[in-house]
Design a binder for this molecule. Structure first.
Ligand code: SAM
Length: 269
Protein backbone atom coordinates (compact mmCIF):
# COMPACT_ATOMS: atom_id res chain seq x y z
CA UNK A 1 0.00 0.00 0.00
CA UNK A 2 1.38 3.43 -0.97
CA UNK A 3 1.84 5.82 1.92
CA UNK A 4 0.62 9.37 1.36
CA UNK A 5 3.37 11.94 1.97
CA UNK A 6 2.86 15.01 4.17
CA UNK A 7 2.90 17.30 1.12
CA UNK A 8 0.29 15.13 -0.62
CA UNK A 9 -1.90 15.21 2.51
CA UNK A 10 -1.78 19.04 2.54
CA UNK A 11 -2.57 19.12 -1.18
CA UNK A 12 -5.57 16.77 -0.75
CA UNK A 13 -6.80 18.66 2.30
CA UNK A 14 -6.64 22.03 0.54
CA UNK A 15 -8.46 20.71 -2.49
CA UNK A 16 -11.19 19.12 -0.38
CA UNK A 17 -11.54 22.42 1.53
CA UNK A 18 -11.82 24.26 -1.81
CA UNK A 19 -14.42 21.81 -3.09
CA UNK A 20 -16.43 22.23 0.13
CA UNK A 21 -16.20 26.01 -0.31
CA UNK A 22 -17.42 25.80 -3.92
CA UNK A 23 -20.39 23.66 -2.89
CA UNK A 24 -21.34 25.92 0.02
CA UNK A 25 -20.76 29.34 -1.53
CA UNK A 26 -23.81 31.33 -2.50
CA UNK A 27 -24.37 33.86 -5.27
CA UNK A 28 -25.29 37.52 -4.75
CA UNK A 29 -28.96 36.46 -5.02
CA UNK A 30 -28.65 34.59 -1.74
CA UNK A 31 -27.52 37.76 0.03
CA UNK A 32 -30.28 39.63 1.84
CA UNK A 33 -28.10 42.05 3.75
CA UNK A 34 -27.99 45.40 1.83
CA UNK A 35 -24.52 46.07 3.28
CA UNK A 36 -23.13 42.79 1.90
CA UNK A 37 -25.13 43.02 -1.35
CA UNK A 38 -23.58 46.44 -2.08
CA UNK A 39 -20.14 45.06 -1.32
CA UNK A 40 -20.70 42.17 -3.73
CA UNK A 41 -22.02 44.45 -6.49
CA UNK A 42 -19.52 47.29 -6.13
CA UNK A 43 -16.40 45.48 -5.05
CA UNK A 44 -16.38 41.71 -5.52
CA UNK A 45 -17.99 41.76 -8.95
CA UNK A 46 -16.14 44.81 -10.25
CA UNK A 47 -14.19 43.55 -13.28
CA UNK A 48 -12.96 46.95 -14.51
CA UNK A 49 -9.29 47.78 -14.60
CA UNK A 50 -8.34 50.45 -12.07
CA UNK A 51 -5.27 52.68 -12.37
CA UNK A 52 -4.53 52.11 -8.70
CA UNK A 53 -3.56 48.49 -9.41
CA UNK A 54 -0.58 49.65 -11.42
CA UNK A 55 1.81 50.66 -8.64
CA UNK A 56 1.86 47.23 -6.98
CA UNK A 57 1.91 45.43 -10.32
CA UNK A 58 4.87 47.41 -11.63
CA UNK A 59 6.77 46.60 -8.44
CA UNK A 60 5.76 42.93 -8.67
CA UNK A 61 7.13 42.74 -12.24
CA UNK A 62 10.42 44.29 -11.14
CA UNK A 63 10.72 41.94 -8.16
CA UNK A 64 9.99 38.89 -10.35
CA UNK A 65 13.06 39.79 -12.41
CA UNK A 66 15.38 40.32 -9.47
CA UNK A 67 18.07 37.69 -9.01
CA UNK A 68 19.11 39.08 -5.63
CA UNK A 69 19.33 36.59 -2.77
CA UNK A 70 18.48 37.75 0.75
CA UNK A 71 18.38 36.24 4.21
CA UNK A 72 14.93 35.65 5.70
CA UNK A 73 14.07 34.90 9.32
CA UNK A 74 12.06 31.75 9.55
CA UNK A 75 8.73 33.12 10.78
CA UNK A 76 7.09 30.91 8.15
CA UNK A 77 4.09 29.41 9.88
CA UNK A 78 5.06 29.93 13.45
CA UNK A 79 8.78 29.15 13.25
CA UNK A 80 10.68 30.44 16.26
CA UNK A 81 12.50 32.93 13.96
CA UNK A 82 15.95 32.08 15.34
CA UNK A 83 16.57 30.14 12.10
CA UNK A 84 17.34 31.92 8.86
CA UNK A 85 17.34 30.81 5.28
CA UNK A 86 18.36 32.31 1.94
CA UNK A 87 15.64 33.21 -0.53
CA UNK A 88 15.62 34.65 -4.01
CA UNK A 89 13.66 37.91 -4.22
CA UNK A 90 11.97 36.64 -7.39
CA UNK A 91 10.83 33.54 -5.49
CA UNK A 92 9.38 35.67 -2.67
CA UNK A 93 7.53 37.81 -5.23
CA UNK A 94 6.13 34.68 -6.89
CA UNK A 95 5.15 32.66 -3.84
CA UNK A 96 4.75 34.98 -0.82
CA UNK A 97 3.05 38.05 -2.24
CA UNK A 98 -0.69 38.12 -2.79
CA UNK A 99 -1.41 37.18 -6.38
CA UNK A 100 -2.91 39.57 -8.92
CA UNK A 101 -6.56 38.53 -8.46
CA UNK A 102 -6.54 38.80 -4.68
CA UNK A 103 -4.23 41.82 -4.65
CA UNK A 104 -6.74 43.65 -6.84
CA UNK A 105 -9.60 42.54 -4.63
CA UNK A 106 -7.74 43.82 -1.58
CA UNK A 107 -7.23 47.14 -3.37
CA UNK A 108 -10.93 47.44 -4.29
CA UNK A 109 -12.01 46.70 -0.71
CA UNK A 110 -9.63 49.39 0.52
CA UNK A 111 -10.78 51.89 -2.12
CA UNK A 112 -14.45 51.25 -1.27
CA UNK A 113 -14.09 51.79 2.48
CA UNK A 114 -11.25 54.36 2.33
CA UNK A 115 -10.10 53.69 5.91
CA UNK A 116 -8.29 56.43 7.83
CA UNK A 117 -5.76 54.00 9.26
CA UNK A 118 -4.57 50.68 7.84
CA UNK A 119 -2.55 48.08 9.72
CA UNK A 120 -0.86 45.23 7.89
CA UNK A 121 0.87 42.27 9.54
CA UNK A 122 3.35 40.82 7.01
CA UNK A 123 4.88 43.33 4.59
CA UNK A 124 7.34 41.10 2.75
CA UNK A 125 8.34 43.04 -0.42
CA UNK A 126 5.48 45.50 0.11
CA UNK A 127 3.31 44.36 -2.79
CA UNK A 128 0.06 44.03 -0.82
CA UNK A 129 0.94 47.24 1.07
CA UNK A 130 1.13 49.06 -2.27
CA UNK A 131 -2.19 47.63 -3.46
CA UNK A 132 -3.73 49.04 -0.27
CA UNK A 133 -1.99 52.41 -0.24
CA UNK A 134 -2.43 53.18 -3.94
CA UNK A 135 -6.14 52.36 -3.68
CA UNK A 136 -6.56 54.80 -0.82
CA UNK A 137 -3.68 57.29 -0.77
CA UNK A 138 -5.25 59.31 2.06
CA UNK A 139 -4.99 56.34 4.42
CA UNK A 140 -2.20 56.25 6.96
CA UNK A 141 -0.56 52.83 6.53
CA UNK A 142 1.34 50.95 9.23
CA UNK A 143 2.91 47.66 8.19
CA UNK A 144 5.01 45.20 10.22
CA UNK A 145 7.72 42.89 8.90
CA UNK A 146 10.03 40.68 10.94
CA UNK A 147 12.75 39.99 8.35
CA UNK A 148 15.00 43.09 8.05
CA UNK A 149 16.43 42.35 4.58
CA UNK A 150 13.07 41.94 2.88
CA UNK A 151 11.77 44.97 4.81
CA UNK A 152 14.65 47.04 3.41
CA UNK A 153 13.56 46.14 -0.14
CA UNK A 154 9.95 47.00 0.73
CA UNK A 155 11.11 50.39 1.95
CA UNK A 156 12.91 51.05 -1.35
CA UNK A 157 9.77 49.95 -3.23
CA UNK A 158 7.63 52.40 -1.24
CA UNK A 159 10.04 55.27 -1.91
CA UNK A 160 10.26 54.49 -5.63
CA UNK A 161 6.47 54.37 -5.81
CA UNK A 162 6.30 57.81 -4.20
CA UNK A 163 4.77 56.58 -0.92
CA UNK A 164 7.50 57.46 1.55
CA UNK A 165 4.83 58.10 4.22
CA UNK A 166 4.10 54.37 4.68
CA UNK A 167 5.20 53.50 8.23
CA UNK A 168 7.17 50.27 8.04
CA UNK A 169 7.96 48.73 11.45
CA UNK A 170 10.69 46.11 11.50
CA UNK A 171 10.40 43.43 14.19
CA UNK A 172 8.13 40.63 15.30
CA UNK A 173 4.34 41.05 15.38
CA UNK A 174 4.50 39.71 18.94
CA UNK A 175 6.64 42.65 20.03
CA UNK A 176 5.49 45.48 17.77
CA UNK A 177 1.72 44.93 17.59
CA UNK A 178 1.08 45.48 21.34
CA UNK A 179 3.39 48.50 21.24
CA UNK A 180 1.55 50.16 18.34
CA UNK A 181 -1.82 49.49 19.94
CA UNK A 182 -0.63 50.76 23.33
CA UNK A 183 0.45 53.98 21.58
CA UNK A 184 -3.15 54.53 20.49
CA UNK A 185 -3.29 53.06 16.97
CA UNK A 186 -6.96 52.66 15.97
CA UNK A 187 -6.92 50.72 12.70
CA UNK A 188 -9.98 50.81 10.47
CA UNK A 189 -8.67 48.15 8.09
CA UNK A 190 -6.40 45.35 9.28
CA UNK A 191 -4.80 42.85 6.91
CA UNK A 192 -3.27 39.84 8.66
CA UNK A 193 -0.91 38.03 6.30
CA UNK A 194 1.77 36.28 8.31
CA UNK A 195 2.21 33.50 10.86
CA UNK A 196 -0.76 31.40 9.76
CA UNK A 197 -1.25 29.33 12.88
CA UNK A 198 -4.40 29.05 14.95
CA UNK A 199 -2.81 30.30 18.19
CA UNK A 200 -1.06 33.27 16.56
CA UNK A 201 -4.10 34.30 14.48
CA UNK A 202 -6.42 34.18 17.50
CA UNK A 203 -3.80 36.00 19.55
CA UNK A 204 -3.51 38.89 17.06
CA UNK A 205 -7.30 39.02 16.74
CA UNK A 206 -7.92 39.37 20.46
CA UNK A 207 -5.11 41.90 20.82
CA UNK A 208 -6.53 44.09 18.04
CA UNK A 209 -10.23 43.81 19.07
CA UNK A 210 -10.24 46.49 21.80
CA UNK A 211 -8.71 49.07 19.41
CA UNK A 212 -11.26 48.63 16.63
CA UNK A 213 -13.90 51.13 15.56
CA UNK A 214 -17.46 50.18 14.67
CA UNK A 215 -16.58 50.65 10.99
CA UNK A 216 -13.39 48.55 11.18
CA UNK A 217 -12.70 45.55 8.98
CA UNK A 218 -10.24 42.73 9.52
CA UNK A 219 -9.06 40.73 6.52
CA UNK A 220 -7.48 37.38 7.33
CA UNK A 221 -5.38 35.81 4.64
CA UNK A 222 -5.47 32.07 3.90
CA UNK A 223 -8.26 31.02 6.27
CA UNK A 224 -8.34 27.53 4.70
CA UNK A 225 -4.57 27.08 4.62
CA UNK A 226 -4.70 24.35 7.26
CA UNK A 227 -7.11 22.61 9.60
CA UNK A 228 -5.90 24.83 12.42
CA UNK A 229 -6.49 28.04 10.38
CA UNK A 230 -10.03 26.80 9.66
CA UNK A 231 -10.54 26.29 13.39
CA UNK A 232 -9.28 29.82 14.05
CA UNK A 233 -11.71 31.19 11.43
CA UNK A 234 -14.63 29.30 13.06
CA UNK A 235 -13.82 30.84 16.44
CA UNK A 236 -13.42 34.34 14.96
CA UNK A 237 -16.79 34.12 13.18
CA UNK A 238 -18.51 33.20 16.44
CA UNK A 239 -17.03 36.09 18.40
CA UNK A 240 -19.98 38.23 19.60
CA UNK A 241 -18.28 41.46 18.45
CA UNK A 242 -18.15 40.16 14.85
CA UNK A 243 -21.34 41.18 13.08
CA UNK A 244 -20.69 39.95 9.54
CA UNK A 245 -18.14 37.46 8.30
CA UNK A 246 -17.46 36.67 4.65
CA UNK A 247 -15.51 33.60 3.59
CA UNK A 248 -13.97 34.21 0.15
CA UNK A 249 -11.81 31.08 0.50
CA UNK A 250 -8.41 32.76 0.08
CA UNK A 251 -9.40 35.50 2.49
CA UNK A 252 -11.88 35.95 5.30
CA UNK A 253 -13.43 39.35 6.03
CA UNK A 254 -14.99 40.37 9.32
CA UNK A 255 -17.05 43.49 10.05
CA UNK A 256 -18.05 44.97 13.39
CA UNK A 257 -20.56 47.61 12.28
CA UNK A 258 -23.27 48.28 14.85
CA UNK A 259 -26.79 47.80 13.55
CA UNK A 260 -25.91 44.83 11.36
CA UNK A 261 -27.45 41.52 12.38
CA UNK A 262 -25.00 38.70 12.93
CA UNK A 263 -24.53 36.63 9.77
CA UNK A 264 -21.83 34.49 8.20
CA UNK A 265 -21.53 34.37 4.41
CA UNK A 266 -19.61 32.11 2.07
CA UNK A 267 -19.29 33.97 -1.23
CA UNK A 268 -17.32 33.95 -4.47
CA UNK A 269 -15.37 37.02 -5.48
C1 SAM B 1 3.00 35.95 3.20
S1 SAM B 1 4.26 37.09 3.53
C2 SAM B 1 3.43 38.64 3.32
C3 SAM B 1 3.12 38.95 1.90
C4 SAM B 1 2.63 40.35 1.67
N1 SAM B 1 1.52 40.67 2.53
C5 SAM B 1 2.16 40.49 0.23
O1 SAM B 1 1.08 39.98 -0.11
O2 SAM B 1 2.88 41.14 -0.56
C6 SAM B 1 4.36 37.02 5.29
C7 SAM B 1 5.48 37.88 5.88
O3 SAM B 1 5.25 37.97 7.28
C8 SAM B 1 6.49 37.90 7.96
N2 SAM B 1 6.19 37.31 9.29
C9 SAM B 1 5.59 36.12 9.55
N3 SAM B 1 5.44 35.94 10.87
C10 SAM B 1 5.94 37.04 11.47
C11 SAM B 1 6.02 37.47 12.83
N4 SAM B 1 5.59 36.70 13.82
N5 SAM B 1 6.57 38.67 13.07
C12 SAM B 1 7.02 39.46 12.05
N6 SAM B 1 6.95 39.12 10.75
C13 SAM B 1 6.41 37.93 10.46
C14 SAM B 1 7.37 37.01 7.11
O4 SAM B 1 8.74 37.35 7.30
C15 SAM B 1 6.88 37.30 5.70
O5 SAM B 1 7.69 38.25 5.06
Amino acid sequence: MKLVSFAEKIFIMRWSAYLRYLLQSGSRYSVHSPFVYNLVENVFRDKQFHEYYLVAETVRKRMLHSDKIIQMKDYGTGGDNSQTYNAKVSHIARYSAKGKKNGRLLARICHYFSPNVILELGTSLGISTLYLKAASPVSLVHTIEGSPEVAEIALQNFRQAGFSDIRLHIGSFELLLPELLKNGLKPELVFIDGNHTKEATLGYFSEILPSLQSKSIIIFDDIHWSKSMEEAWEIIQKNPQVKISIDLYWMGLVFFKQGLSKQNFILRA
